[in-house]
Ligand binder design. Sequence first.
Ligand SMILES: *Cc1c(COP(=O)(O)O)cnc(C)c1O
Length: 368
Amino acid sequence: MPRPILATIDSAAIAHNLERARSATRDANARLWAVIKANAYGHGIERIYAGLSGADGLAMLDFDEALRVRALGWTQPILMLEGCFGVDDYATVFAHNLTVVIHQFEQIDWLRSAVSQFGYTGRVDVYLKLNTDMNRVGLSATDFASAHEQLLNMPVVAHISLMTHFANADLEAGADSAWRQFGQVSAPILECQPQTECCLSNSAAVLSAPVTHGQWVRPGIMIYGGSPFADKSAADCGLRPAMTLSTRVIATRSIAAGQAIGYGSSFVAPHDMRIGVIACGYADGYPRHAPDGTPIVVAGVRTRLIGRVSMDMMMVDLTPIPNAQIGTEVELWGAQLPIDEVAQAAGTIGYELMCALSNRVPVQVLPL
Ligand SMILES: *Cc1c(COP(=O)(O)O)cnc(C)c1O
């Protein structure tokens, strides 16, 4: 009998959340880059592919992920969010018709070199990225126009779109300043080239920002049914969880008041209690730093983690579920327990928990 842990991916939830992203933009013509970096936020690109048919393009940053998407038969646009890491990457860009972000001058130089080195006579679409409040990657406001000018004069470049990435769109009015900076820098370009397309919004901006989004948006977390906000649940955003992580009770025991549980004896029973051992640990991707009290659902009833998370097991309080026994179903996060609540208890965000799902966890995909 296999260890009872299982992740279930709900294809219909992915499709629903994409549709939700589309309606949230309040622009029937807005097009969606579904962000599927980090192996679709841990869900598995191949596993969620069926649910992605409503997307207009797929965005990621690993070139091998782009190749996997093409191998699945995706013929629509693919956006490489960090662009090329060197000259050679352009060979992949040319061969597979990828759209690349240009966030620094070196990437323009590499493109020139690649054209002559590979004798490329086709064209590529590029996304020129402005740095706003993030100060991570992106051209400065002073360099933006000259980078645009260089690209305009390169025969290899087909369409040039303009983008930025919000640092604070999950906060009240957090995107306003970046949105204004983008507006100022892009205005002269849009005046000369009014057909130029723009792309600004991540999930938080799609769901909240009173900004105009441009022709394309880039939702990520919301597609998987996670909330981008600390103070607003995914359900309140109209989203459905795409992943449910479940397991079962594999042992139960009764302990007396004063007895400790797990490594470090960090939890001491305040009274006689019955506990369950469940088959999930940090080697499955569950956060080891999740404290006592982190919510867990057993047989549909909310209870709590007690003691330190071990590699392959952890313990739960069975006080509210007296009938629980070996084989009783447990949900770590998903349909009954929002991943964001677990993340919050563990001092992190749903994004990190999703991405950390370990390879050893078997995955079942519910078809559309
Ligand atoms: C990850 C990412 C997104 C998606 O962000 P979410 O918060 O998951 O919606 C959009 N744009 C860029 C550049 C990203 O790196």
